[in-house]
Design a protein around this ligand. Structure first.
Ligand SMILES: Nc1ncnc2c1ncn2[C@@H]1O[C@H](COP(=O)(O)OP(=O)(O)OP(=O)(O)O)[C@@H](O)[C@H]1O
Length: 769
């Protein structure tokens, strides 16, 4: 069956080879045939995420023969080429339009050398460093050139918008009519449904209608719809599902315009930059569409994102209009207490930032520096020589969207593991460095064939302020402790409440809600239940939830939602606990150390089970190190100002030592065969101790031994790593404490010995420090 082809004119003149890709029809038989003198190579499109059954064309410029042979030779060593199935169909396998990959080939040869001489090794390291520096310098120069290309990028300025559109009333009126009729018709349909009692029955239909109407209205409304699609607090599930489609199934714009934009923005002809590019986009998103291409200079496979034409004009007019409407709401609608204009301004500023792809490239680099070194996370690199405000060229990521769970499972990948990578990475983003991906919808998360999680789309990033990072961890501790007063106080640190707001009425509300839900342990709780519960509590009080907080909740609920498809019992909090445990056990930040103490010493008693739980959980975290666990705790114990804690620890140390000594004696005594035992104590119980006390002592002994074993068996535990602790123990305070503990234990044991001697039960002595 011959397949219909249409060749974009802009590309038609420039590219002398054309590759067809039929997504599902499997037209491999066409390979090698020609159409109008153009060679055709076809292959089944295997990358998921493509819908429909259309034919995609890849235009490939014929390379000079020398280059072609080099491509053939180096095909195997070209890293990015080998990774991709669909793209390589017309390129490397049949025609090998793979230009030399200078880095790949040379690097592997260099890596293959054997260095025996240490000075040579040092020299190589220095050389590598110098090379890295040169590469770094070149990168920054290329980035600076990209920034120069984006020098005239528009920024959101409401005053300028007013100046601009007050002169164009007809344009404003036309758009206002379009928006009001489109959304008004939807509102009327919903009102009629309500009158007829058919809201639920027609919900799915209306949700679809809303999605279509927002798509029709263009990028600004698509962005609003995307925002709503992640707000279960605002939209019913049917709407959430339909609006989620706005994340990646959007209409495309003509390729001719896209290619013309690339040339205009980068100031060079297409073929001088890319040796191949797909003739139609592989994805269309709200602000741009993405092509797959091959760099002429290195042969690397890249993704080229091109911005929709006239998008700035479109969003500017929409924000001008929406701002006017929000102004009216602020003025006349009393039930709305928030400053709607300010909210819109914040949103508009973010959208404008997303329109500057140089900024997005910078975000990707920063994100990659912070999190890309993790072996299970992939962050695409940026090719600055091919970046401007409207064109972004980045490393191609071969993968499947996390939302396409069947395809992922078919590839033998574990979706829960991938979600867990997402959660661990998100926790680090939110609570460690504070710099986070604020738009982690499933379309922006890809599972790579080797099981990594790739992050895409760095247009919208956000930051958690340092105080809030610690306050969030503290908040979880307070939740575990059911310390509702502390929870309520956390809202000051979290910036939810002004310092002058009285938190006392909030405490019973929190208690009411959490006492019920905490029937289960916190880690068994659904994250969404907690978020919804908090939402319901907070809603009644003068709270102001900062934007970063809503985004944090969103990113974790998105991940939990993804996991729930596969495992209905998945709990994001349980998955997060190892991270919290590791932070609490190892972080030297005073706020977190206090939180740890609060967790471990509740009401003046040491909670061994909590320590054990923290250790069990903490070692599940990939970055947990046993040596880190002890150091901050000891520092805290022995530092100035730790008197109260020291006396608690001393008391506990005595209790534990006694449990170990007496408990071991009990165990040894019990392991002696009865006839021998009779012979030893001649009918009297040598160890005279109350049964309940004995049970408690043995349980404590078991627990302490378990904890010690946990510490010792933690992977990577190296006795040498305890050296700093030995240093701490040498301090005079530690020695003094050790002396006091030993004294107390001796007194307790002496009392017990006396008790045994007199065979009279005596009251347990009170401890003195
Ligand atoms: N580096 C890449 N490698 C492979 N595919 C990519 C890459 N970058 C983007 N894509 C594809 O293009 C789609 C859209 O890209 P992206 O999300 O960056 O665009 P956007 O306009 O910022 O989208 P949004 O509407 O989410 O803001 C992605 O969902 C993905 O399918």
């Amino acid at each position: 069956m011959p397949t219909q082809l249409s060749v974009p004119t802009v590309a038609g003149g420039r590219f002398s080879q054309l590759t067809l890709q039929n997504r599902f029809a499997g037209i491999h038989g066409l390979s090698g045939t020609s159409w109008k003198g153009v060679r055709l190579n076809c292959g089944r499109h295997r990358r998921s995420g493509y819908r429909g059954n259309s034919v995609r064309a890849v235009l490939v410029r014929n390379p000079p023969p020398a280059e072609r042979s080099r491509g053939n030779l180096e095909n195997g060593s070209a890293r990015s080429v080998g990774r991709d199935d669909d793209f390589s169909v017309g390129r490397s396998r049949n025609d090998a339009v793979v230009s030399s990959n200078g880095n790949g080939g040379a690097a592997s040869r260099r890596d293959g050398l054997e260095f025996r001489n240490p000075s040579e090794l040092v020299a190589t390291r220095i050389e590598k460093k110098q090379r890295a520096k040169i590469v770094g310098d070149q990168e920054s120069e290329a980035e600076a050139r990209a920034a120069l290309r984006a020098a005239n990028v528009a920024e959101y300025d409401p005053v300028r918008l007013i100046q601009r559109y007050s002169k164009e009333p007809l344009k404003v009126l036309g758009r206002a009519l379009k928006v009001t009729t489109t959304l008004g018709a939807f509102a009327i349909s919903v009102l009629i449904d309500e009158r007829r009692g058919k809201i639920n029955e027609n919900m799915r239909k209306r949700a679809k209608e809303l999605r279509e109407r927002l798509t029709f209205l263009g990028p600004t409304f698509v962005k609003i719809g995307q925002g709503l699609s992640t707000r279960p607090d605002l939209c019913p599930p049917a709407y959430l599902e339909e609006l989620a489609e706005l994340q990646d199934a959007l209409p495309t714009f003509p390729d001719v315009e896209a290619f013309a934009c690339i040339e205009r923005e980068l100031g060079k002809p297409m073929e001088s930059m890319y040796s191949a590019i797909t003739a139609s986009p592989i994805a269309a998103a709200s602000l741009g569409q993405v092509y797959k291409a091959q760099l002429r200079s290195t042969g690397e496979i890249v993704a080229v994102k091109v911005q929709r034409p006239y998008i700035e004009e479109a969003v500017a007019l929409d924000f001008y209009l929406l701002r006017g409407i929000c102004g009216l709401v602020d003025k006349y609608v009393d039930v709305v207490t928030s400053d709607v204009v300010a909210l819109l301004d914040e949103f508009a500023r973010r959208v404008y930032q997303e329109l500057n792809y140089v900024q997005e490239g910078r975000n990707a680099i920063r994100f990659g520096q912070l999190y890309g070194d993790r072996p299970d996370v992939l962050v695409p690199g940026i090719y600055w020589d091919y970046v401007s405000a409207k064109v972004l060229t980045m490393e191609w990521v071969d993968g499947v969207k996390l939302s396409e769970q069947d395809t992922i499972t078919a590839q033998g990948l574990d979706i829960i593991k991938l979600v867990d990578i997402g959660i661990q990475c998100s926790l680090r983003q939110l609570l460690e460095h504070g710099y986070f991906h604020a738009d982690p919808h499933p379309g922006n998360l890809l599972a790579t064939p080797d099981g990594k999680l790739a992050f895409l789309d760095f247009g919208m990033m956000s930051e958690t302020p340092p105080t809030a990072r610690f306050a969030i961890i503290g908040h979880v501790v307070h939740l575990v402790n059911r310390d509702y007063e502390a929870m309520a106080r956390d809202y000051y640190a979290l910036d939810f409440l002004e310092p002058d707001v009285d938190v006392s009425p909030i405490v019973p509300a929190l208690k009411n809600f959490f006492d019920d839900v905490l029937e289960a342990t916190v880690s068994e709780l659904n994250f969404k239940t907690i978020v919804d519960g908090l939402g319901a509590v907070l809603y009644k009080y003068p709270f102001n939830v900062p934007a970063y907080y809503a985004l944090i909740l969103r990113s974790l609920t998105v991940l939990e939602g993804l996991a729930l498809y596969t495992d209905p019992n998945f709990k994001v909090l349980a998955a997060s606990y190892p991270y919290f445990a590791k932070r609490l056990l190892t972080d030297k930040n005073p706020y977190l150390r206090d939180a740890l103490i609060e967790l471990l010493f509740k009401d003046g008693t040491f909670r061994w089970n909590r320590l054990e739980n923290l250790l069990v959980q903490g070692r599940k975290d990939s970055e947990y190190r046993a040596s880190d666990v002890l150091q901050p705790v000891l520092d805290l114990l022995l530092g100035s100002g730790g008197e109260e804690l020291r006396s608690l620890v001393e008391r506990e140390a005595v209790r534990v030592s006694e449990a170990l000594v007496v408990g071991s004696a009990i165990q040894s005594y019990k392991s002696v065969p009865q006839p021998l035992r009779d012979f030893i104590d001649r009918g009297n119980n040598v160890i005279r101790i109350k049964e309940s006390e004995e049970i408690e002592m043995l349980a404590l002994r078991e627990q302490v031994l378990r904890i010690w074993n946990l510490l010792r068996s933690t992977s990577g535990f190296d006795p040498a790593s305890l050296q700093p602790i030995v240093e701490v123990l040498r301090r005079s305070e530690a020695q003094a404490m050790g002396g006091r503990i030993a004294g107390s234990i001796t007194r307790r044991l002496a009392a017990r010995a006396l008790q045994q001697l007199l065979k009279q039960p005596t009251p347990t002595p009170t401890l003195t420090s």
